[in-house]
Every structure is written in structure tokens, then in C-alpha cells.
Design a binder for this molecule. Structure first.
Ligand code: G3P
Ligand code: CA
Length: 244
């Protein structure tokens, strides 16, 4: 059965990469949560997609040039003014503490393809191990050196390279870098590629699938998971397929 991962939480309706978006993804019965991490000036792992805080918060500047204390003063729901109260950029640790008692799986994306954050993988691994979540976490990144580094440091935690360009037989590549899955842009996929990879033992989790027809096609192809902004839509498509 395919899993539904909520992309940056339930980001179709709530401020992306915030605790409210994660809580609402759980309410929507998502199976997993996808989130992005960056590192502050003082070495704290925080959940935010961009290298800069400008697009998603009330502040400005690079995450790597702000302290954790400064980051926590920003409003990550400022676009929802009048609808939601101020929400803070979550620390990865706060999220892991929240997810621990749930049954949710978690895909942590290292956002280290533009800036190399020294020690990012070590810090994330330490936290995931401390919270006993190694079996429920998948690390992904567009930086495949980081994926290999993560595997070397923690072979018990699953890894999956992200890619936005087509490569030939990506399941062979995944095996070569010791990954257990691939996270391609969904536009690169067809049912033959999905089946070949899944039959080879490499899980396919496609991002970011928000179109109903496309969700149906991928789910019917036997994909391991889809990563979507709208877990309610994806769950509806899935139950319709089950009942037909
Ligand atoms: O992890 C899948 C997807 O989130 C990768 O792209 O830019 O949304 O982080 P992006
Ligand atoms: Ca992401």
C-alpha cells in the first residue's frame, strides 16, 4: 500500500514547515511528514525550506547568519495574518519530540545543496537516535555527497537521493550510494520506472504531487509513497481506488 507524505506538513492549507501544518497533516491521516532543515549561526537545526527567512516569515536574512534566539522571534505564519496567531520556526528537536508518540513516518530533507552546513548530518543523526526514531526517519537531499555521508555515519537510518532531472535506471544509482529509496520529481516518472525500481527493492517516493489524476496514476502504479501539499486530496484519491 502506498503512503501519503505531507509536504512541509499540510502546506496546502497551513503555513509550511510549522508545527500547526504538521499537526494538521496528522489530523488529515497522512502517513508521513516531509520537512526541510537548515542550520542557524549558532548550530541549531531548524525547520525551514529556504536558505533565507524572507519568503515564509516576518524577518529577513540568511538562516546561517541568524542565531536561534533571533530565528524564534520571527512569525512563520505572517502570510496568514488575521487567520492564525504568530507561530515560530520549529527546531528539529521540538518536531521530533512531537512526532515520537505518533505512528507517523518522517522524511527529513537536508537543505545543504546551496550551502554546506558543517556537521548538519551528525547533529540530525544524534537527535534522531536520541529520540529513538531511527526506524521511522528517512534522510533525503539533493546533495548526494551528504546522503552518502549520512549513510556512513548512521547506516541504520534510511536515505534517499532527491533528483529533479532524469537519470538512467535510478534504482542502480540508489543501490550504488547505499540508499533504500529515490525521491524524484514526479514528472520524471512513469509506471515502468516505478515498477522496475520497486521490484528491484528501491522505494519510490515522488514529489510534489497535487493533481488528482496524477495522484491516481502514481498510486495505481504501486509507488511506495507520494509527497503532497494536500494529504486530504491524496487520501481521498486513495480511498476511491480502494473501493473500485
Ligand atoms: O522532498 C521533496 C521535495 O520537498 C523537494 O523539493 O524544494 O519542495 O524541498 P522542495
Ligand atoms: Ca523538501
Amino acid at each position: 500500500m502506498s503512503l501519503i507524505f505531507a509536504h512541509r506538513g499540510y502546506s496546502a492549507q497551513f503555513p509550511e514547515n510549522t508545527m500547526i501544518a504538521f499537526q494538521q497533516a496528522k489530523e488529515a491521516n497522512a502517513d508521513g511528514i516531509e520537512l526541510d532543515i537548515q542550520m542557524t549561526k549558532d548550530g541549531e537545526l531548524v525547520i525551514i525550506h529556504d536558505e533565507k527567512v524572507d519568503r515564509t516569515t516576518s524577518g529577513s536574512g540568511y538562516v546561517k547568519e541568524l542565531s536561534f534566539k533571533e530565528i524564534r522571534t520571527l512569525d512563520a505564519a505572517y502570510k496568514y495574518k488575521g487567520k492564525l496567531h504568530k507561530v515560530q520556526i520549529p527546531a528539529l528537536e521540538e518536531f521530533l519530540e512531537w512526532i515520537k508518540p505518533t505512528a507517523l513516518t518522517c522524511n527529513i530533507e537536508f537543505k545543504n545543496n546551496l550551502f554546506v552546513y558543517a556537521g548538519m548530518e551528525d547533529k540530525a543523526i544524534e537527535l534522531v537516535r536520541r529520540y529513538g526514531l531511527s526506524e521511522r526517519v528517512i534522510f533525503s537531499s539533493f546533495n548526494h555527497y551528504s546522503i552518502v555521508n549520512s549513510y556512513r555515519l548512521a547506516p541504520e537510518i534510511e536515505t534517499a537521493p532527491l533528483f529533479s532531472d532524469g537519470i538512467y535506471q535510478p534504482w542502480i544509482y540508489a543501490e550504488a550510494i547505499k540508499a533504500t529509496g529515490i525521491h524524484p520529481n514526479h514528472r520524471l516518472l512513469n509506471s515502468q520506472i516505478i515498477k522496475a525500481s520497486e521490484n528491484y527493492g528501491i522505494k519510490v517516493r515522488a514529489y510534489t504531487v497535487n493533481n488528482e489524476k496524477r495522484l491516481q496514476y502514481l498510486l495505481e502504479s504501486g509507488i511506495s509513497a507520494v509527497i503532497t501539499d494536500d494529504p486530504v486530496l491524496a487520501k481521498n484519491v486513495m480511498s476511491r481506488l480502494k473501493n473500485t
